[in-house]
Design a protein around this ligand. Structure first.
Ligand code: ADP
Ligand code: MG
Length: 691
């Protein structure tokens, strides 16, 4: 019964699960406060008293149970919004309880919402003399007598049974010692058994800290080791097509048609790609570059390299607009070379579609550019050698895998991300990929000036747009349709569109709009008109976000900017600043801004560096919310946090890499236990599912 509940509510099936349910804090139960001692600013408090009233208030959505507890010194309100029926049975007038929780103030009087409570009925005054662990639990469990403290009694019982040999060491001796990242002092990790004991039942604060550090490190180290093993196995076992030579197409294009000098970063990445594709194993490389760092030309040169070696290449983009844009740009660049380049999207007409499929299958097509449509079964290549995925975060891992099943020997894969991912995140979420960074923008770019304005300044902002389009530039106005389906957002967009039309009544100015509710044809033709400078202002939702390149656009106004995340704002802003003219981004927000939103605005006005912004984003939102990693399941650490425990993560990565260098398969006697441990964990985690 209880076991069932524990499984259902907390996912606890085994002793190991129970051991790994780490307490989120410890309490000194010897300390009971008086209600009178609560002052504004009091955080957590434990009081003992008698219930004096119990009432259920409010209706449906505000329904809550409010109880008053009184000790000799004052009265405190206890409030429950959930599990009301259960609480009602437990909390009765006259009963005595020990109550613990976070103090809040409601209309000046202190209260605790969803406190931990423990009946004092029939209990002596005896109290444990050590720190007691408290575990997070659910309302349902609390009511069934499985509150955070009761769970502690289970772990206590468990520890009374377990011997040191039951929680054996899994780190080899070579990993047990380490240099403290802060001080450089040589240290030794706490043993595994001791670490588990101390984290649940600490005997001293220092030992508790050591236990937490050890278990966090262990978690990160094992994770890095698994990724490292996947990567090194792939490196050794995967066969890849070999691009032996740099040939006429690459060289011809490079010397005669390259419109600019490559940046140092672009050259470096090309070298890395050359090395990978010539090695005889499959390339699986993630290319991170800030918006506008020039990934497209790198992709094109890599494709020419494939063609020079007798292979076909494929470039996949997340939207029709982007695929078309790549197709047009690349076709124009290659117009003097004898190469077949085609576009395939969902809206390709069946006749041209048929032709494209035939050419691809016969090996006559050199470069195929397209959307998801290229993943379809019917698309077969004669000799696919390179698959490139642009703006990666829109594609799932499974889709990537489909790309390389399109050839007998898997093609090389280059994944290009639009938004930089912080290093720590890339290490954990993409640690199995090789990865390149382009942290340099082409020369001569003027930084985008970003300002933050309240909405009451809209008239001035509109005047500014008029000033810029008067000079021949173009402008974007973006509305936050986060969920394309949300009716309210949609109405805001239409209202905004009408307003802007009213601001610019001059017949010489044209305004277009794109959003997710339009058909592809309408959206595309509106986009094309803006691209051709037939319209001067583009009112849009975030469908515009990724990759669109209109170098003449110099103003980006983002309405309700507080509703967007940092990376998304940076990505939107990247739509301007692509030409020679000075560009501007104006973040419009309501004057009522929360602390975090204010911080986001100020980060954006301070920096244009996507890598810095990505780090901040990670700090503000935590790893769970960063786009593209949510589904990966790779960030579900029990204890460690890649933001706060960055140092441990770096250490773990270095140590894992070092160990694998010495013993790539962990076959050494000294690593036997570690290997056995990894194998025993196999299948329990999402790791085995990595593509
Ligand atoms: P992103 O990395 O965001 O995909 P793009 O590949 O679209 O960037 O490049 C942005 C712009 O910079 C394009 O107009 C491109 O022609 C230009 N560009 C790329 N590389 C260079 C370079 N080395 N020097 C000058 N301009 C460049
Ligand atoms: Mg791009």
């Amino acid at each position: 019964m209880r076991a069932e509940l524990l499984q259902k509510e907390l996912g606890i099936f085994t002793f190991q699960d129970l051991l790994e349910l780490f307490p989120y804090r410890h309490v000194d139960r010897t300390k009971v406060n008086l209600i009178r001692e609560i002052v504004p600013g009091t955080e957590f408090i434990q009081v003992a008293g008698r219930i004096t009233s119990v009432n259920v208030l409010g209706d449906k959505r505000t329904r809550r149970l409010v109880a008053e507890i009184r000790d000799g010194s004052g009265t405190l309100e206890l409030v429950w919004f959930q599990g009301i029926n259960g609480v009602q049975k437990l909390v009765q007038v006259g009963a005595e309880f020990l109550v613990y929780g976070r103090v809040g103030f409601f209309q000046g009087s202190p209260q605790i919402t969803h406190p931990e409570i423990e009946s004092l009925q029939g209990q002596g005054t005896e109290r444990p003399d050590h720190l007691e662990p408290v575990y997070s639990t659910t309302e349902k469990l609390k009511i069934r007598g499985l509150g955070g403290r009761q769970l502690g009694k289970f772990t206590q019982t468990l520890f009374n049974m377990l011997k040191e040999k039951d929680i054996p060491e899994n780190l080899p001796e070579s990993i047990m010692t380490y240099a403290d990242p802060e001080t450089g002092v040589q240290k030794r990790w706490l043993g595994r058994y001791e670490a588990y004991r101390q984290i649940h039942f600490p005997t001293q604060p220092a030992l508790y800290q050591a236990a937490v550090a050890r278990l966090k490190f262990e978690e990160l180290f094992l994770a890095q080791l698994r990724l490292g093993l996947i990567k090194s196995r792939r490196h050794r076992s995967s066969r890849g097509v070999v691009f032996e030579q740099v040939g006429e197409h690459f060289n011809g294009f490079y010397t005669n048609h390259l419109p600019f000098e490559l940046t140092g970063a672009q050259k470096r990445v090309l070298k890395e790609i050359r090395k990978d594709t010539g090695s005889g194993r499959q390339m699986n490389r993630l290319l991170q570059g800030d918006v506008g760092s020039g990934k497209t030309i790198v992709a094109l040169l890599a494709m020419l390299l494939a063609i020079d070696n007798g292979f076909q290449a494929c470039l996949m983009a997340p939207t029709e607009i982007l695929a078309r844009q790549h197709y047009e740009g690349i076709s124009a660049l290659l117009k003097d070379l004898p190469l077949e380049v085609r576009l395939l999207t969902g809206s390709s007409k069946s006749k041209s579609r048929k032709e494209v499929l035939e050419m691809a299958a016969a090996g006559r097509l050199h470069i195929l550019i397209g959307t998801h449509a290229v993943l379809e079964e019917s698309v077969q290549f004669g000799r696919l050698g390179l698959a490139i995925v642009d703006e990666q975060h829109r594609f799932g891992v499974a889709q990537r895998a489909r790309l390389w099943s399109k050839a007998e020997v898997p093609p090389h894969v280059l994944v290009m991300t639009a938004t930089p991912i912080p290093r720590t995140l890339a290490m954990t979420a993409y640690g199995d990929l090789d990865y390149s960074v382009m942290d340099e923008l082409p020369p001569g770019r003027q930084p985008i000036s970003t300002v933050h304005r309240y909405e009451d300044r809209r008239p001035q902002v509109m005047d500014f747009i008029r000033h810029e389009i008067g000079k021949g530039r173009q402008a974007y106005v973006i509305f936050p349709l986060i969920e394309e389906s949300e009716k309210l957002d949609y109405e805001d967009l239409m209202k905004g569109y009408e307003n802007i039309k009213a601001w610019f009544p001059e017949p010489k100015y044209w305004i277009s709009m794109v959003h997710g509710r339009q058909t592809n044809e309408i959206r595309d033709s509106n986009m094309q008109r803006f691209l051709a400078n037939d319209t001067q202002i583009m009112v849009a939702t975030t469908v515009i976000e990724v990759g669109v390149n209109v170098p003449n656009a110099s103003v980006m106004v983002i309405e309700s900017a507080e509703k967007f995340g940092l990376s998304q704002l940076h990505q939107l802003r990247g739509r301007v600043g692509r030409g020679a003219e000075k560009s501007f981004c104006i973040l419009l927000t309501s004057p009522k801004l929360g602390k975090e939103a204010r911080e986001r605005m100020s980060i954006l006005t301070e920096t244009n560096n996507g890598f810095k912004i990505a780090e901040k984003d990670l700090e503000l939102r935590g790893p769970g919310d960063i786009e593209g990693t949510r589904q990966s399941g790779l960030l579900n650490f029990k204890l460690a946090n890649i933001v706060q425990d960055k140092d441990w993560l770096e250490l773990a990565r270095d140590r894992a890499a070092g160990l694998l260098e010495e013993d790539p398969d962990l076959t050494g006697e000294e690593n036997r236990l570690l290997k056995a441990f990894l194998q025993s964990q196999h299948g329990k985690t999402a790791w085995s599912k990595i593509s």
